[in-house]
Design a protein around this ligand. Sequence first.
Ligand code: HEC
Length: 160
Amino acid sequence: MRSHIGVAVVFGVLGALSVVIAIPLASAVQTQEPAGENEHAPLVPEAARPAALLEGFKPVADRHVLMEWQERVFNGMNRAILQKKDSEVVAHAWMLAELANVNRFHSEKDDYRRWAKNMLDTAVKLAESGKAKKFDQAKSLARKINAICSSCHDVYRDDG
Ligand code: HEC
């Protein structure tokens, strides 16, 4: 009986402690966010990315699947640019950037990874152009992405 009471007291104290710790933690996290700003800034700052979690990262989907979606998203993005639908351009460009981001992990070859990274960076720029409704700029960035697809395919895609 006495030991039960002991356990209850310990848990009670732990519970109280966690509340005491959690409340200031939560408010600290809240105050870190700049008021009103950054609400729609999807680029996670490099420093805020959980690098430790990336260790041992492996893509889950086969590269054919990834490539099929790169093509679909790329086509959708080009359509949106022609139709001047800025929010669609932005959404597709971010998706393409993330697909390219994952593509970097489909090879250990330096040039492969450089092309994938280049595509990632160009897609991020394109998202910014879309947001600013600079459709001509978006178009030329899309052409640049198209050239990157071809460069990598010339070396790594057997069927050309
Ligand atoms: C860094 C390298 C790289 C980049 C960049 C790249 N690809 Fe690929 N892609 C490949 C490789 C390797 C293959 C063939 C082998 C495979 O599919 O696993 C391929 C195959 C494909 C295929 C054939 C589908 C299939 O069944 O494999 C399509 C479609 C495709 N890519 C579309 C694109 C598009 C569109 C882009 C640009 C927006 C792009 N790729 C950018 C490496 C790349």
